[in-house]
Design a protein around this ligand. Structure first.
Ligand SMILES: NC(=O)c1ccc[n+]([C@@H]2O[C@H](COP(=O)([O-])OP(=O)(O)OC[C@H]3O[C@@H](n4cnc5c(N)ncnc54)[C@H](OP(=O)(O)O)[C@@H]3O)[C@@H](O)[C@H]2O)c1
Length: 285
């Protein structure tokens, strides 16, 4: 059974994941209402509506939810309660909540990233809205967020280079989300999806160098050095907590599953494919 009544509301539509979810839905012929807090410069797929919405400020909820039965929900920090109450009242039948493995990781679940995601999950659960929590693994976009400038300079400085991660192609995250939003078959309490390989951070940097065709060195930092060099935008407690996860895991292989293939009927795309598809992002300042 599909739920195609009215537009699908995609929150976080400016984001790496939300923009791709909107695109994946539009590409398969679904009506999309894309939201951002500020619509300035928001690019939406052809034919999609754009609506201003702050998930922590219910004043925009009624307009955003009018006629909507399905919502892609970004796990924003802050109180989602009023928005969710408005969604239930408006007749929303199912939400797909983006979450993070931090919500269940044995170390991080009690840390700041885990706690924020658990709070979003609890808010959705307590609203009574039927939902599926989507847990993508380590996002391929992290390499641009964390390392683009260092890659351009030819040297990436990292603590725990043997920490193994399971990078996922954001196109796969978006297509799985679009499936959950438009078909009932794989809906449930939660869905953990991963990339197809367990790679150490050192191997990830080697893959970047191979894609770009130029050397990129790895400089190993101590945990203290990494913390001291933390990017300004990354809250210290969160950064330290992630270092704690890496320290705790050592070189244990990252968990890999085939849930992308089970949902989409084709294998998850590799990290090399992600780099190839998105390599231009390394050139952006
Ligand atoms: N990094 C990882 O490896 C990893 C792994 C698993 C899951 N995740 C999850 O994925 C998220 C990152 O996704 P992404 O890369 O798509 O993020 P992103 O590109 O940074 O985009 C963040 C989006 O959140 C929206 N947003 C923030 N606060 C909001 C609010 N109060 N109301 C409405 N929208 C709000 C922003 O909307 P505006 O346009 O209004 O600013 C923006 O579209 C992480 O925060 C985490 O929850 C991350």
């Amino acid at each position: 059974m599909t739920n195609l009544d009215g537009p699908i509301l995609v929150t976080g539509a400016r984001g790496n994941i939300g923009s791709r979810v909107a695109k994946a839905l539009a590409a398969t012929g679904h009506a999309v209402r894309a939201s951002a807090r500020d619509l300035t410069g928001l690019a939406v797929p052809e034919g999609a509506e754009a609506v201003a919405l702050d998930l922590t400020d219910p004043s925009g909820a009624a307009a955003a939810l009018d006629g909507v039965r399905t919502v892609f929900l970004y796990p924003t920090r802050g109180d989602l309660g009023d928005f969710l109450e408005a969604a239930v009242k408006a007749g929303v039948e199912h939400a797909v909540l983006l979450s993070s493995p931090a919500a269940y990781d044995p170390v991080e679940h009690a840390g700041p990233i885990g706690a924020a995601h658990q709070a979003a999950e609890a808010a959705v659960r307590e609203s009574g809205l039927a939902h599926t929590v989507l847990y993508p693994s380590w996002l391929g976009s992290n390499v641009f967020r964390d390392w683009a400038a260092q890659v351009r300079a030819g040297r990436v400085s990292i603590a725990f280079p043997e920490w193994r991660i399971n990078p996922i192609h954001l196109g796969d995250v978006a297509e799985v989300a679009a499936d959950l939003l438009t078909r009932t078959q794989f809906r449930g309490r939660s869905l953990v999806i991963t990339g197809p390989e367990s790679l150490s951070q050192r191997e990830v940097v080697a893959a970047i160098a191979a894609e770009l065709g130029r050397p990129v060195e790895v400089e190993e930092l101590t945990r203290e050095q990494a913390l001291a060099g933390r990017p300004e935008w990354f809250p210290e407690a969160m950064f330290d907590s992630l270092l704690g996860v890496a320290a705790n895991l050592g070189d244990t292989p990252a968990t890999v599953n085939n849930n992308v293939e089970r949902v989409l009927g084709r294998p998850a795309r590799t990290f090399a494919q992600w780099l190839h598809d998105e390599r231009a992002a390394f050139e952006l300042e």
